[in-house]
Design a binder for this molecule. Structure first.
Ligand code: SF4
Length: 336
């Protein structure tokens, strides 16, 4: 039996866990290929106009995968952490897909809702396992191995390994650490994982920044406790999991230093990001901290993106040069 997982949305967070779990239960797992222009166009043709780019892209992946698999894994994500939520679009996604895409294979769409307890994830997967195998011990072991693999992936990312490399199983063995860029420029990149780590959606933003000499750090590289510490200082709790991570990371970088500027990458029409993005921009601007907000949809061109990031990197370099000259001048002055 072949189970297909679309290489989109929460693939970018949980694929190490999902893949190991299903393989341990004896299924062959295939992912749809990396997002291409063709996949995006398929999705655009199928999804409602109002959907954001990553959701449209998800449709394209499902449409491509449906003929190659016996089962499709389309989890109904509500929450992955207590008292926090994922965007409501995830909740209705399996229904929207079933309505719009014909000739679908069997769908596995477990409800993942950890809003009341973190243990709910385990309970959901154990019960999902029972729909695939009757061997309880096998299911339990599959869950434990899947979780171990997921934690290993998280550990690598937090210790500075490149996120996308750590995400794929092969590279778990040989991920390279992020290197210091030649200009020593550190850029904090914030955005939903399914946007910034998807090469086509982000138009290779990480690689473009690296080519310009920047070392890119993302919110996923930061330990959760540092993000939570900042988020706790907000007047009201941020209940979007991805929004909290974005805001907490930005606040950490602004307050602790070590990052020269922040790029906030979001999808046009994203409800949660219209709020979170604005909060981040205000937080940075109030503290005179450089921030660039990039918004994309299916019509965004690469030339416009290049112009904006080149100008931003140029600004950061000038600012850094200026600051180092002021501090050198200050040192020599004080040593006179
Ligand atoms: S959070 Fe925003 S980008 Fe993500 S699925 Fe929801 S609307 Fe789309």
């Amino acid at each position: 039996m072949i189970i297909g997982i679309p290489r989109a949305l929460f693939y970018y967070y949980y694929s190490p866990l999902w893949k190991t779990f299903f393989e341990e239960l004896g299924l062959e797992v295939i992912f749809s290929p990396p997002t291409s222009k063709d996949i995006i166009q398929r999705g655009v043709g199928l999804a409602v106009d109002e959907a954001c780019l990553p959701v449209k892209t998800f449709y394209g992946h499902v449409d491509l995968l449906k003929k190659q698999v016996d089962i499709l894994f389309l989890p109904r994500l509500i929450s992955v952490a207590p008292k926090e939520y994922i965007c409501p679009k995830f909740m209705g996604l399996p229904d929207m897909i079933k309505q719009k895409i014909l000739d679908l294979p069997e769908i596995l769409d477990p409800v993942i809702d950890c809003s009341k307890s973190a243990n709910q994830m385990e309970k959901t997967f154990l019960s999902l396992g029972e729909s695939i195998s009757s061997q309880r011990l096998l299911i339990k072991n599959a869950w434990q191995r899947a979780m171990a693999n997921y934690l290993n992936f998280q550990k690598k990312v937090k210790s500075g390994h490149k996120y996308f490399q750590a995400l794929t199983e092969e590279s778990l063995k040989s991920t390279s650490k992020q290197t210091n860029a030649k200009a020593g420029l550190q850029v904090g990149l914030i955005g939903h994982g399914y946007n910034i780590y998807d090469y086509s959606i982000s138009m290779g933003l990480i690689e473009r920044l690296e080519k310009l000499g920047a070392n890119v750090i993302t919110a996923e590289n930061l330990p959760d406790n540092l993000i939570n510490l900042q988020a706790m200082t907000l007047p009201k709790p941020m209940f979007w999991t991805l929004g909290k991570r974005a805001l907490g990371a930005a606040m950490h970088w602004v307050n602790q230093g070590g990052i020269d500027g922040i790029i906030y990458f979001s999808a046009f029409g994203c409800g949660p990001d219209s709020l979170v993005g604005d909060l981040i921009e205000r937080y940075c601007r109030k503290r005179n901290y450089p921030i660039l907000h990039l918004t994309v949809d299916e019509h965004t061109g690469e030339a416009g993106m290049d112009t904006r990031i080149e100008a931003f990197i140029d600004l950061l370099e000038r600012r850094k040069y200026h600051e180092s000259n002021i501090s050198t001048y200050g040192q020599s002055f004080s040593s006179c």
